[in-house]
Design a protein around this ligand. Structure first.
Ligand code: FES
Length: 237
C-alpha cells in the first residue's frame, strides 16, 4: 500500500465563477490498483460530485481516456504504482470542449469520423450469394488498423488539432485507411474525398504525438502516409 495524492482538474459548468480548479484527494493505493479504481474509490467514499466517464473497465470501450501525469492514457489500464510518484495529476484530455471535471465533448472526434465514411463501400454485387471473401493475406493487411477503440487520445495529443478545431484528426485517418486497405472495399474515392482539404491530411506535420498517445499501440502516422500516397496516385491516375 502507498499513500498517493491525486490532483484532479475540476470544472462545473453550473459554477462559472469558480472556473477550473485543482482539488486534491489522498488515497491508500494497493498494488494493481488502476487510476480508474482510485477515481471510483474517491467518488464512492470521498466526493460523489467527481465526474468522469467509464464503462468496460477492460481497455475496450475507450470511455476512460484522460490525461494522467501529462500523458493521455486509459485510466482503467494505468496502474497507479507504476507511475512511480506520490502525486498523480489527472486532467481532462486537451483540445476537446470541457463538459464537467474529466468529461469532455467528443463531438470533434465524431465529426472527423463521419467525414471519412467509416464503413465498407461496395459497388458491385458480391461474387457469391453469401459473402465477400478475403484471403488470409488480405485480412492480415488490416492488422493494426481495425483495433482503434475511438478513445480520442491521439487527436487530443495532436498540435494540428490544437491549432485547427476542424482538423479531421488521426483517429479518422486511421479509420479511413482501415477501409481503403480493405480488399473488399470499392469506395476509396469516397473515403478520401474529405481528406484532400485544408482540414485534412495535408495538415499533418508528422509529429508522431498520435503514435505515442495511442493506448492500443497503433500507428496513425503510417496510415496518414499511406493515404497521402493513395491520394497522389488518384490525382495522377
Ligand atoms: S473503461 Fe472502457 S476503456 Fe477504460
Amino acid at each position: 500500500m502507498a499513500m498517493i495524492t491525486f490532483r484532479i482538474n475540476r470544472y462545473n459548468p453550473d459554477d462559472e465563477r469558480r472556473g477550473h480548479y485543482v482539488q486534491e484527494y489522498a488515497l491508500d493505493v494497493c498494488k494493481g490498483c488502476t487510476v480508474l479504481d482510485a477515481l471510483n474509490q474517491i467518488k464512492w467514499e470521498q466526493d460523489g460530485s467527481l465526474t468522469f466517464r467509464r464503462s468496460c473497465r477492460s481497455g475496450i470501450c475507450g470511455s476512460c481516456a484522460m490525461t494522467i501525469k501529462g500523458v493521455n492514457r486509459l485510466a482503467c489500464e494505468t496502474q497507479v504504482l507504476a507511475l512511480k510518484s506520490p502525486n498523480v495529476t489527472v486532467e481532462p484530455m486537451r483540445g476537446y470542449p470541457d463538459i464537467k471535471d474529466l468529461v469532455v465533448s467528443l463531438d470533434p472526434l465524431v465529426r472527423g469520423l463521419l467525414a471519412v465514411r467509416p464503413y465498407l463501400i461496395t459497388k458491385t454485387p458480391p461474387p457469391s450469394d453469401q459473402e465477400r471473401l478475403q484471403s488470409p493475406e488480405e485480412r492480415a493487411r488490416l492488422d493494426g488498423l481495425y483495433e482503434c477503440i475511438l478513445c480520442g487520445a491521439c487527436t487530443s495529443s495532436c498540435p494540428s488539432f490544437w491549432a485547427d478545431k476542424e482538423y479531421i484528426g488521426p483517429h479518422a485517418f486511421l479509420k479511413a485507411y482501415r477501409f481503403v486497405a480493405d480488399s473488399r472495399d470499392e469506395g476509396s474515392r469516397e473515403h478520401l474525398e474529405a481528406l484532400d482539404d485544408k482540414h485534412g491530411l495535408w495538415r499533418c506535420h508528422t509529429i508522431f504525438n498520435c503514435v505515442e498517445a495511442c493506448p492500443k499501440d497503433l500507428n496513425p502516422t503510417r496510415a496518414i502516409g499511406e493515404l497521402k500516397k493513395e491520394l497522389v496516385r488518384q490525382r495522377i491516375g
